[in-house]
Design a protein around this ligand. Structure first.
Ligand SMILES: NC(=O)c1ccc[n+]([C@@H]2O[C@H](COP(=O)([O-])OP(=O)(O)OC[C@H]3O[C@@H](n4cnc5c(N)ncnc54)[C@H](O)[C@@H]3O)[C@@H](O)[C@H]2O)c1
Length: 418
């Protein structure tokens, strides 16, 4: 199968390209290298060193025996995106190319506006480009479990049966997102569903839980995927593991009773591959909930602590005030049957994944230690921000210079919110 990955330079995109190629699929991709710039803007770095994009592509070619056609484009550049799709003629398009950070979207108007326009306009551009250049291709769009929020009901996979005033219908399950970022994903879901209805597009909208884990293939460090720990781009488990390797306490937010769906990076790759290899039908808008475990943030902190202790690290937990506006005591019972019906078999248990990740991080502890001031939350959902991060409008801050080695941006400089 010919798979075009939009967002191929990201945390999930780069391992997915390698995983699909290893299964015999032909892969191409696009990325505007924005994630590298956003993490730089926040004054941080990937804990695991990553190669500049063209070194990555060279390693891919050497190790997989074939080239990976790469377009350094922004999805919102509609003509360029159309040319890339027309040239590659994909059977499937995986759309990962969005800003994935809730805290980043909550900084101020400029960041909220950027995240929503980047995500919603980029998706719209892709939908129209697919209609014109590859209308028969299957779109696999990454949404998030955060679209649903935390309703006091079980969460079905996208749709549920409703009875109202004596009439019944099958309707999209209500979305109650909790950040400007999560709302951008809700708007995307509506637009993707509409394109399926209107144009007969085949799409799978993946409501994904939080992904954790490292990707450091022993064959070549240029194949490593990034792993962030700053408050905006480090997801909870990855951040907790980074805290343990520098001897800092693990810091769940608030009471720690918030529950979320999670899965490891290895399970994420397995699930996305299953969805690609079992495509939606033309005109079908299929929604899958992609998660493996439901765990509270406090329990996750304990699991990370135990994994670190098993490796001889004296880890401890110290909760901090919750900067977010979120329910801490709530019902949470999402369905996730469709992927299991497609054949999803969870890989290693979470404890083994955590030990692997901490082991991968230990050699890079100095990188985390040098940016440890990026760990604590400074972005508050309700209060106006008094941010201690470098002003993104100022060129050449200390941290940007320090992280320049990580940011191969094709010579075009960091991309910042307009
Ligand atoms: N990582 C998780 O835990 C998680 C959980 C749920 C959903 N998701 C979703 O999965 C997708 C991938 O997540 P990730 O963690 O790999 O994020 P990521 O930021 O590492 O990857 C996204 C990639 O897309 C690129 N990109 C963003 N906007 C672009 C644009 N307009 N044009 C071209 N390239 C652009 C970025 O440069 C980056 O390399 C996102 O849509 C995210 O919302 C991720």
């Amino acid at each position: 199968m010919r798979v075009f990955i939009a967002g191929i330079d990201g945390y999930l995109g780069w391992p997915l390209a390698q995983h699909l190629a290893a299964r015999g699929h032909t892969v191409a991709g696009a990325d505007a290298l924005l994630r590298r710039a956003w993490v730089g803007e926040r004054g941080s770095v990937s804990a695991v060193p990553i190669a500049p994009v063209y070194e990555r592509l060279a390693a891919f070619r050497e190790l997989s025996g074939g080239p990976l056609p790469f377009s350094p484009l922004d999805l919102r550049d509609h003509p360029a995106l159309g040319r890339a799709l027309a040239a590659f003629a994909p059977d499937a398009v995986v759309h990962l190319a969005e800003c994935p950070s809730a805290p980043y979207s909550m900084i101020d108007f400029r960041h909220a506006d950027f995240v929503q326009s980047n995500n919603v306009s980029g998706t719209l551009s892709l939908l129209f480009a697919m209609r014109e250049h590859c209308p028969g291709a299957h779109l696999v769009k990454l949404g998030t479990m955060g679209e649903y929020g935390t309703p006091d009901l079980d969460i079905p996979e996208g749709f549920f049966d409703v009875e109202f005033r004596g009439r019944r219908d099958r309707l999209p399950f209500p979305r109650q997102a909790g950040s400007w970022y999560h709302w951008s994903k809700v708007f995307d879901s509506q637009n993707v569903g509409f394109a399926c209805r209107l144009w007969g597009l085949a799409a799978t909208d993946v409501m994904q839980g939080v992904v954790y884990g490292s990707w450091c293939p022993p064959a070549d460090p240029r194949l490593n995927s990034r792993l962030d720990f700053d408050e905006a781009f480090g997801t909870a488990v990855n951040r907790f593991c980074c805290q343990t390797v520098i001897g800092r306490p693990i810091t769940p937010y608030g009471g720690g009773t918030q529950s979320r769906g999670l899965l490891s990076l290895a399970d994420c790759l397995q699930c996305l591959t299953l969805v690609l290899e079992h495509p939606a039908a033309p005109g079908e808008y299929r929604v899958v909930n992609q998660l493996r475990d439901v765990l509270s943030v406090g329990r996750l902190a304990e699991l990370v602590r135990d994994a670190a202790r098993a490796l001889g690290i004296d880890a401890r937990i110290a909760a901090v005030d919750n900067p977010r506006d979120e329910a801490e005591a709530h019902h949470y019972n999402p369905d996730s049957e469709k992927l299991r019906e497609l054949g999803f078999k969870p890989s290693a248990p979470i404890g083994a994944e955590l030990r692997q990740m901490i082991g991968d991080l230990l050699p890079h502890a100095d990188r985390v230690r040098a940016h440890a001031d990026r760990l604590p939350p400074t972005v508050h959902w309700r209060r106006p921000q008094i941010s201690s991060v470098p002003n993104p409008a100022e060129e050449g801050t200390r941290n940007e210079r320090e992280t320049a080695a990580d940011h191969d941006d094709g010579g075009r400089g960091p991309h910042r919110p307009a």
